[in-house]
Ligand binder design. Structure first.
Ligand code: ZN
Ligand code: ZN
Length: 367
């Protein structure tokens, strides 16, 4: 038995009444994939109380037969745009109240839809599919495990051959290539390879700076296996371990450990964030940790839920979140350590297994 997409759509339907809608036009392509298994784009899914319809175009006819043979599909005529085609389908279904995904619809499409539907009330809603996606089933967890393994094997291979004259850009390209070689489809996002002071930028883009220019490099990377992603960050020591690096690294690692230890069903996102944040605060670096502690991963690299301070939402079994505290010191560099953590029924499981001991992160550079 594979993934039961029908069941996912049924779960979505059960949310309609509370959201005050009778049907939902799913326009977020990732949500369409989640609900149908169809991996193409430019297609909308109309989820009705009594059935579903995927509105697509002729480029995808064969792919749709392969990926979701049981789904009702409307291939729109070449002369009819997707919004026009959706309006026709909605009118035909005589829908009184239609939900639309407010975070996945631009104003122009919204206006054309409301302008074209005289008998349907259009109700912007958000988070309906995203909240379903928060809880991963066993197939999704397996896929994320594969993505973690691919990312880990790739980085071990890349760092084993690291050379002092390699640029951040070359290392990033090497990671991409190696992930594909280990069976991943691609990187789950453009890798961050940040040498020394560049690591002070939490979202550094790779440059011509070379590995040999500093004592350490921060790499934030991930693999997309087919659909699901991993997202990891490690510091690799390419020179000597300075006392400052040792101190900052120690603080970040302890903060991460404290946060991970908190993770179990029923604990709020905010509590997990504050376990790390309060420790970094106490160390005097609170102002150098500007971002949230972590985020959900799945079909997207950043998805619900969010581990941020003040977030009251509770962890549930089946969620997969990153835990990635960091300290960024302009001019010197930054340290971030990121792992992917599954919330289990009675606690958690860290899915990533790469070493985090600074001494074990020392590379002997190839010459
Ligand atoms: Zn990351
Ligand atoms: Zn992340």
């Amino acid at each position: 038995m594979g993934i039961n997409f029908q069941q996912r759509r049924d779960r979505l339907r059960r949310k309609f009444r509370q959201a005050g809608i009778e049907s939902l036009l799913v326009t977020n392509f990732t949500n369409v994939t989640y609900l149908t298994g169809f991996t193409g784009e430019d297609s909308y899914l109309l989820v009705r109380s009594d059935g579903d319809l995927l509105i697509s175009d002729s480029r995808f006819t064969v792919q749709l037969q392969e990926e979701c043979p049981d789904l009702d599909v409307k291939i729109r005529p070449r002369t009819q745009g997707i919004v026009q085609s959706s309006i026709k389908a909605i009118e035909k279904a005589k829908i009184a109240t239609l939900g639309v995904e407010s975070t996945a619809m631009n104003v122009a499409v919204y206006q054309r839809l409301t302008g074209g539907l005289s008998k349907t009330k259009v109700e912007p809603v958000s988070g309906l599919v995203e909240s379903l996606r928060e809880i991963k089933d066993k197939f999704e967890i397996q896929a994320i495990r594969r993505a973690v393994r691919q990312a880990e094997r790739a980085i071990l291979s890349v760092t084993a051959g690291l050379m002092p004259d390699q640029t951040e850009l070359q290392v990033a390209a090497d990671i991409e290539h190696t992930i594909r070689r280990f069976g991943g489809r691609k990187c789950s996002f453009p890798s961050i390879v940040a040498v020394g002071p560049r690591a002070a930028l939490p979202h550094a883009t790779p440059t011509e700076r070379t590995i040999g220019e500093s004592d350490f490099v921060l790499i934030d990377w991930g693999a997309r296996e087919k659909q699901y992603v991993s997202d990891l960050t490690r510091i690799f020591v390419t020179g000597r371990i300075s006392p400052k690096l040792e101190r900052i690294y120690g603080i970040v690692l302890e903060a991460q450990r404290r946060a991970i230890r908190k993770i179990r069903p029923g604990v709020s996102m905010g509590e997990v964030d504050s376990a790390a944040r309060s420790y970094i605060d106490q160390s005097g670096h609170g102002k150098n940790f500007g971002h949230g502690l972590g985020h959900g991963i799945g079909l997207d690299v950043h998805e619900s839920p969010r581990l941020v301070d003040g977030q009251k939402q509770l962890l549930k079994a089946g969620m997969v979140v990153t835990v990635e505290p960091g300290i960024y010191l302009p001019g010197w560099g930054g340290v971030r350590i990121e792992d992917d953590v599954l919330v289990t029924r009675d606690g958690h499981e860290v899915l990533s297994s790469l070493t985090k001991e600074l001494e074990d992160s020392v590379l002997s550079l190839a010459i």
